[in-house]
Design a protein around this ligand. Structure first.
Ligand SMILES: Cc1cc2nc3c(=O)[nH]c(=O)nc-3n(C[C@H](O)[C@H](O)[C@H](O)COP(=O)(O)OP(=O)(O)OC[C@H]3O[C@@H](n4cnc5c(N)ncnc54)[C@H](O)[C@@H]3O)c2cc1C
Length: 381
């Protein structure tokens, strides 16, 4: 239900403030699309949302992480969203420890590392929470292309969660093609702890992870790059065979050709690209929840102010952090089991571990710039 009194009040307020009221379509009721809708509504603009699936969150259910280290200088992502955009969302849990397993040894990292969220078809999934806040109509089972909508609206926000639409517009460049096989598993887990495995036997150039989104349910995944010839099922079976804890598989999913890349034109005529479609999945670990929500919020502010280009300016710090993230991803992808062993030994060192997680950005940026000459010599990386 649209709250028309709220819309009228906001309209009057916005008229005084000079906010432009426009007809907006949002393609995709995921994280970025719904974030954009929620903020537009704060300005009295009620967008039409078109969602390809039958409901919000109609995808596989999984646990995902938001890590403070990756979003520096924001030290607490959920506080930041509430403070800056007045949108209160709840993670499932805090992330307080991370176990990194190398082929021979493991490192334990502890601290205020971030949050665990739930996604998809889960009552506390982030997209479900945003859908509950938004009062905008969501037209489900509507798979549209840009061409279907761009002539009918003042602004079309492309929030489709993949690279298809930007590719059709010829504004997309893929850097990594990832393939993911995963499952929800039942067992007994520490709900504040995630685990990562680095091992080229079952995750060549990639990684495996376990993320509990309840004390008895977790997401377990293998993510590896590759455009062809990746036998995900074989890698998955090899990985499962190495695990020494009790669990049962609830449901599995595979995702081929998850494309991480850049959108070269975030704003083009009356189109605004947000979330994954805007290139806001960071290559290092393939994380894109926080960045998708930020892009949705910032797009809404730009639309309400009638200045779409200001969206590009607002997103510049994130655009700039894409390359360091890509470099580190590529470096990790170049490591073999011996180097993973070395990396885990370094992370086991109390002082290195504390420095890395207490002062993330200088270290990440420094790492990327130190890598520059190395990357130049190795064009394939
Ligand atoms: C297995 C997996 C694990 C991940 N783990 C993490 C993690 O731990 N941490 C992290 O930060 N990120 C993680 N990510 C990335 C994160 O999930 C995405 O970056 C984020 O969901 C992108 O948000 P979005 O709004 O762009 O897309 P989505 O949230 O996917 O929403 C896109 C919506 O658009 C709809 N849609 C698609 N096409 C159309 C169309 N033509 N018309 C209408 N609707 C359409 C879809 O049905 C969907 O509802 C993970 C991704 C995967 C696949």
């Amino acid at each position: 239900m649209i709250d028309y009194s709220l819309v009228l009040n906001t309209f009057i307020l916005n008229y005084v403030k000079g906010v432009v009221l426009v007809k907006v379509a949002i393609m995709g009721a995921g994280l970025a699309g719904l974030s954009c809708a929620v903020l537009l509504e704060q300005y009295g603009i009620v967008p039409d949302i078109y969602e390809a699936q039958y409901k919000i969150g109609a995808r596989f259910t999984n646990g995902e992480a938001i890590m403070n280290i990756l979003d520096f200088p924001v030290d607490d992502c959920f506080n930041y969203l509430e403070r800056k955009y007045k949108v209160k969302l709840k993670p499932i849990n805090t992330l307080e420890s991370l176990v990194i397993h190398g082929p021979e040894d493991s490192a334990l990292i502890e601290g205020e590392l971030g949050y665990i969220t739930s996604r998809g078809n889960h009552p506390c999934a982030l997209e479900v929470q945003l859908g509950d806040i938004s009062k905008a109509p969501v037209f489900t089972n509507n798979y549209y292309t840009i061409d279907d909508l761009k002539g009918k609206y003042d602004v079309v926000v492309v929030a489709t969660g993949n690279s298809n639409e930007p590719k059709r517009q010829r504004i997309w460049e893929t850097d990594i093609v990832a393939n993911i096989i995963g499952a929800s598993i039942r067992g007994t887990f520490n709900p504040h702890q995630a685990e990562v495995w680095l091992n080229d036997t079952y995750a060549p150039q990639g990684y495996c992870f376990l993320l509990p989104y309840h004390s008895n349910i977790a997401s377990l995944c293998v993510a590896v790059p590759g455009t062809e010839g990746v036998n995900l099922e074989l890698l998955w079976q090899k990985f499962l065979a190495t695990l020494h804890f009790q669990f049962s598989i609830k449901d599995t999913f595979t995702l081929h050709s998850f494309q991480i890349g850049r959108n070269k034109s975030l704003v083009s005529q009356n189109l605004v690209f947000v979330g994954h479609a805007g290139g806001f999945v960071m290559p290092f670990l393939g994380f894109g929840q926080f960045t998708s929500m930020l892009s949705g919020f910032e797009a809404a502010i730009a639309i309400a102010n009638g200045n779409l280009q200001s969206y590009v300016e607002a997103m510049q710090p994130l655009i700039d952090s894409y390359y360091p993230s890509l470099k580190i991803r590529r470096l990790l992808a170049s490591l073999d089991n011996n180097k993973y062993n070395l990396l885990v030994r370094i992370l086991k060192n109390k002082y290195a571990n504390t420095t890395f997680f207490k002062f993330p950005i200088p270290i990440l940026k420094l790492a990327a710039s130190v890598l520059d000459p190395f990357m130049a010599r190795n064009a394939d990386l």
